[in-house]
Design a protein around this ligand. Structure first.
Ligand SMILES: C=C(O[C@H]1C=C[C@H](C(=O)CCC(=O)O)[C@@H](C(=O)O)[C@@H]1O)C(=O)O
Length: 259
């Protein structure tokens, strides 16, 4: 690996998703850069894979990148995928030269975590016990998806029907926001090129990102017209911003790079 090696853009989907979730953005980026979109444990072709938590998910990502021959990379994640990307980046892996977060939570304070674990456990029980069409209907009626109209909700529900509810439940239990360390302080001190994308119609994560931008000097906050899942809603704008951020990452020299 040398600093001249064009980094691979590694894409991580959100809960219920799969590697194809980024296909519209990938098509717009074309052959301008090497791209690797992964299936998270419990999802897509990795639905039989399990992880016990953030530390193991970090090791899973490192091993998966090595198995694909990826030595220099920029890491982009949406929602759950962004939380896993952030945790991975906070461990300063060799070869990482940029972090892109889309609608991803940096972590809760200690006194918020018990309630979140209970919240996610209620969803996990529903994922493994109820027909997926019913639980997905309620999942996409959560406030974080308030921007979706009925047709968009139906499209998301139908797209997610192919999942194994037990596998998604296992992933939510293992990587619940209630288990995630608060990585806000790491974001405030990292020298890594960090971009955060939020939708102005996703009130919760837009407000969260706006606060982050005031305390994290390296963090570029981009706001788009849309909700939580911007790469699905406005792939053209996301591809353009990703491309600009990727160029910034190519200039980054990590402490691991030969000086
Ligand atoms: C509802 C909240 O949190 C959940 C929503 C988004 C995350 C996600 O990956 C969903 C992807 C999708 O369905 O498009 C999920 C996660 O990060 O695990 C959250 O549990 C909320 O209000 O925070």
């Amino acid at each position: 690996m040398t600093p001249e090696t064009p980094p691979t853009l590694v894409l991580l989907h959100g809960l219920w998703g799969d590697r194809h979730d980024w296909s519209a953005v990938e098509a717009l980026l074309g052959n301008s850069l090497p791209i690797l979109s992964l299936d998270l444990p419990g999802h897509g072709l990795a639905r039989e894979d399990r992880t016990e938590g953030f530390s193991e998910a970090h090791r899973w990502l490192s091993h998966t990148l090595a198995s694909h021959g990826v030595s220099r990379y920029c890491l982009a994640g949406y929602s759950l995928g962004g939380r896993l990307a952030l945790y991975h980046a906070s461990h300063a892996p060799a070869g990482l030269c940029g972090l892109w977060l889309e609608s991803a939570h940096p972590g809760l304070s200690l006194n918020e975590r018990k309630a979140r674990l209970e919240h996610d456990e209620r969803w996990a029980v529903r994922f493994e016990r109820e027909p997926l069409h019913r639980v997905l209907r309620d999942w996409y009626r959560q406030p974080v998806f308030a921007d979706l109209d009925a047709a968009q909700r139906m499209q998301r529900q139908q797209r997610r029907q192919g999942n194994d509810g037990r596998a998604v439940a296992a992933m939510l239990r293992a990587t619940s926001l209630g288990h995630q360390p608060d990585l806000t302080a790491w974001l405030a001190r990292t020298q890594l090129p960090v971009a955060y994308l939020s939708g102005c119609d996703d009130a919760k994560f837009h407000a969260l990102a706006t606060r982050l931008a005031t305390t994290c000097p390296q963090l570029e906050h981009h706001v788009l017209d849309g909700g939580h899942n911007l790469h699905a809603e406005v792939p053209q704008a996301v591809a353009r911003l990703l491309s600009d951020w990727y160029a910034r990452c190519m200039r980054y020299r990590s402490p691991h790079d030969p000086q």
